[in-house]
Design a protein around this ligand. Sequence first.
Ligand code: NAD
Ligand code: DAU
Length: 338
Amino acid sequence: MKLFVTGGAGFIGSCFVRTALAEGWAKQVVNFDKLTYAGNLENVAPIAGHAGYRFIQADICDAQAVEKALREEAPDAVVHFAAESHVDRSIHSPAPVIQTNFNGTFTLLEAARRLNIARFVHVSTDEVYGSIEEPHDADENYPLRASSPYSASKAGSDLLALSYHTTYKMNVCVTRASNNYGPYQFPEKLIPLMISNALEDKPLPVYGDGQQVRDWLYVEDHCRAIRAVLQKGRAGNVYNVGGNCSLPNLEVVQRILKATGKPTSLITRVTDRPGHDRRYALTNSKLTGETGWAPQMDFTRGLQATVDWYVQHKAWVEHIKSGEYRRFYELNYSQRVS
Ligand code: NAD
Ligand code: DAU
């Protein structure tokens, strides 16, 4: 199978590319990535020399570049990860988020339709359901109630992708996953930010009361789910991908401090995120029932593996923190503590 992966230099996309080639179920992978602040070729270094791997640096919003690459590569499937993925950035600066997540997805769908690409998996998020009141869990028919520009852009792109199935009979599936964690995650997201700050004895900024609940999914479990949907998902269907591990943020931070051997005095309460969703919760039963997939990584083990990876990859973190990262982090942090 030949895959055309967008956003394959990011956190989840790179895990997907590395595992698809290493496991051998994909013979060829074309990685189409703009290399924004979040894209990093070090993330795909382990497979960069693989005979079946090709990298194209380009923007999914560039219709000509997308069409040219898809025409030349003629893949069996598109797996679409590329996005502006950070909620806080989408609040500070929504324009690039709407541009890439909505218009970029449109550009890609259009090219795939014109070139009759056989399969299209659009990688989306549980954030499209908005905050979910206990004791409910969202299934795939739960109403869309996006709260941030990021989640609204993803909800819009989900609907667009599904409309290409309804209208043009394109073979499209949408996945909606919960919060991922694991190696190579950009340290602007909760878990890698807290690990890297703890390792440097810096404050750990917890938004609001820290009682917001997220469902944690190990990145390799997510990638196995995307493979299952790619190979077995029914066209025109949405599949939730949850980790069966709901925890309040404060507890996650406390566990990180325990795993890194650092004191709880590093925890710093800061101003809450505007429009902050209180709780995400998914049911996985559709994906499990149709494909047999289930999350395998236990959170304690996954968190320890993640902490160990960040301890062993200080140069990777330092490289990121010396770049554009610092400017956004310092702006975000200073606005929250003032
Ligand atoms: P990431 O920010 O780590 O990586 C995004 C990648 O997309 C980067 O390599 C970046 O260079 C690339 N990119 C961005 N804009 C682009 C453009 N215009 N053209 C081409 N490439 C572009 O993101 P991630 O956390 O790996 O998320 C990947 C996907 O999974 C996203 O669609 C996101 O919405 C979805 N998702 C993420 C999570 C999570 O917890 N991180 C959970 C559910 C779903
Ligand atoms: O739910 C899936 C989504 O998970 C993905 O679609 C997004 O791409 C991904 O970024 C993630 O979104 P969140 O907003 O849930 O993730 P983040 O890591 O930014 O925040 C997780 C929780 O931690 C959230 O409740 C906000 C809180 N938080 C976050 C940061 C960065 C803090 O308390 N302090 C922080 O410094």
